[in-house]
Write a protein that binds this ligand. Structure first.
Ligand code: SF4
Ligand code: SF4
Length: 457
């Protein structure tokens, strides 16, 4: 069978050993290592369901904006031919210890808590059981590897020389990647070792602000020179320097890329997009996202992106040419709609009349928001009924008396609709998501509908 390589992947993401599938497929959880064995988790019903969507090509849980293969239309390169799913995952990513010495502006991953020692011991035991089967090992997508004594210990026990084609993928902020720490895990140099090192800027003020550190950039540059030496000696086989492009650092991107490639010997520079993920207030985050055409610096961003350095094949733009479709500043967009909902006289009746005039006796909401709550209230006792609500980021089964459903491909494909998007500031993004998930019915824009109905007597 042909399947996305990430079907063979698990990531252990927290202090109870929660295991998730591909990180670009959101938080799709397979189980946890506190209560189960690695084999049980990897072969759980949830895991089988996830893999089935990859086999059938519906990619229900995959997110086009997050997945670089989908965003760049190169998913085919990620497909592998396998006979059957093995008992243990072949690709294991360690991210259960999420402590980090940085506080990046874009981060929703880090935490300061140490693990419960008993649970930690169980989680480590389960990972040890899988080690002989692990062909590709990685750490740490969600915290800083060199802060975690547990992960460094586990990795130091791995024997890549005994595994054919062993690979190690190290993700680090680089602040502690010096000779002393390298010595503790230098066995990874026996694998095909790729290192992704994230530096947000070489300009000290921007670097410190975006990373939430007081470390001098000169220290980071020294570490980068050490890493370059490892690359030249062949201990590192592939060096990628990554950054998250945002309002504070986009202007210096061409110079940043040039230094990564020519001074620090990077094989690749990965320019990641800033994704508002509620690491900060959503309105502040909105201002970091210069890919949004509504951002005041967006034109300047487009000019920067015309620089010839972006044509260098060693530069990887995470989202290709895609722009952000996050829409208007959330506070502004929400305020406008909530104001209309609160201040328009008989708004429930007017909305109901509008839906009936369009032939809609029933509508479906998307998604759980304060605006959805207001809609539920104003449509109470009106002839138009809300059937249920779709929301992809909740574990609730019921909300405000409505059934909550997950927007899965197989269900959306059959949904007649219409769907009223209540995540108003992100209407465009939600529309894109729903179409991608196979929904073919009407998608209603609440802001436009309120504009239509509010002046009607
Ligand atoms: S298609 Fe993309 S998001 Fe889905 S499993 Fe594969 S790599 Fe992950
Ligand atoms: S380096 Fe930054 S993004 Fe990575 S875990 Fe630490 S704080 Fe988060």
């Amino acid at each position: 069978m042909k399947i996305c390589r990430q079907a063979l992947y698990v990531q252990i993401i927290d202090g109870i050993g929660t295991v998730r599938a591909c990180g670009w497929a959101g938080y799709y959880l397979l189980g946890n290592l506190r209560d189960n064995t690695m084999s049980e988790v990897y072969n759980s019903e949830a895991a089988k369901r996830f893999r089935q969507t990859l086999i059938e090509g519906t990619y229900d849980y995959c997110n086009e904006e997050n997945c670089p293969y989908m965003a760049n239309n190169i998913l085919e390169s990620q497909l592998v031919e396998i006979e059957k799913i093995p008992e243990y995952p072949e690709i294991v990513s360690l991210a259960y210890d999420r402590r980090c010495n940085y506080h990046c502006t874009c981060c929703i991953s880090r935490c300061d808590d140490k693990m419960d020692p008993v649970v930690q011991e169980k989680v480590e035991r389960e990972i040890r059981a899988a080690l002989p089967y692990v062909k590709t090992f990685s750490a740490n997508g969600l915290g800083e590897f060199f802060v975690s004594d547990s992960m460094m210990e586990l990795v130091s026990e791995w024997k890549p020389e005994e595994i054919e084609g062993a690979k190690f993928e190290l993700e680090t902020n680089g602040s502690l990647l010096n000779e002393k720490n390298w010595k503790k895990v230098e066995n990874i140099g026996d694998a095909d070792l790729s290192v992704t090192l994230t530096v947000h800027s070489f300009e000290e003020a921007a670097y410190q602000y975006l990373s939430g550190t007081k470390m001098k950039i000169s220290q980071m540059e020294e570490n980068l020179r050490f890493v370059k030496k490892l690359r030249e000696e062949g201990k590192i086989n592939f060096l990628e320097i990554a950054m998250v492009m945002q309002e504070r650092n986009f202007r210096t991107l061409p110079d940043f890329i040039d230094r990564c490639l020519n001074e620090f010997g990077a094989d690749k520079v990965r320019v990641r997009r800033f994704l508002p993920e509620k690491a900060m207030d959503e309105n502040i985050e909105w201002f970091f996202d210069i890919r949004n055409p509504l951002h005041p610096y967006h034109q300047e961003y487009l000019e920067v992106m015309k620089h010839p350095v972006f044509n260098d094949p060693r530069v990887f733009k995470w989202t290709g040419e895609h722009l952000s479709n996050r829409g208007e500043l959330p506070a502004k967009a929400n305020y406008k709609v909530l104001k209309d909902l609160f201040l328009t006289e008989n708004v429930g009746e007017k909305l109901s009349d509008y839906f009936l005039s369009q032939g809609y006796r029933r509508i479906i909401l998307y998604a759980i928001t304060d605006i959805a709550k207001a809609i539920v209230k104003v449509l109470q006792n009106q002839p138009v009924k809300i059937e249920y609500i779709y929301d992809r980021n909740t574990c609730l089964g019921e909300w405000e008396g409505l059934e909550v459903r997950k927007p899965l491909y197989k269900d959306l494909k059959k949904t007649k609709g219409p769907l009223l998007v209540t995540l108003v500031p992100r209407h465009g993004e939600m529309e894109g998501f729903l179409r991608h998930q196979g929904y073919e019915g009407e998608i209603l824009c609440l802001e436009q509908i309120l504009e239509n109905v509010k002046f009607q007597s």
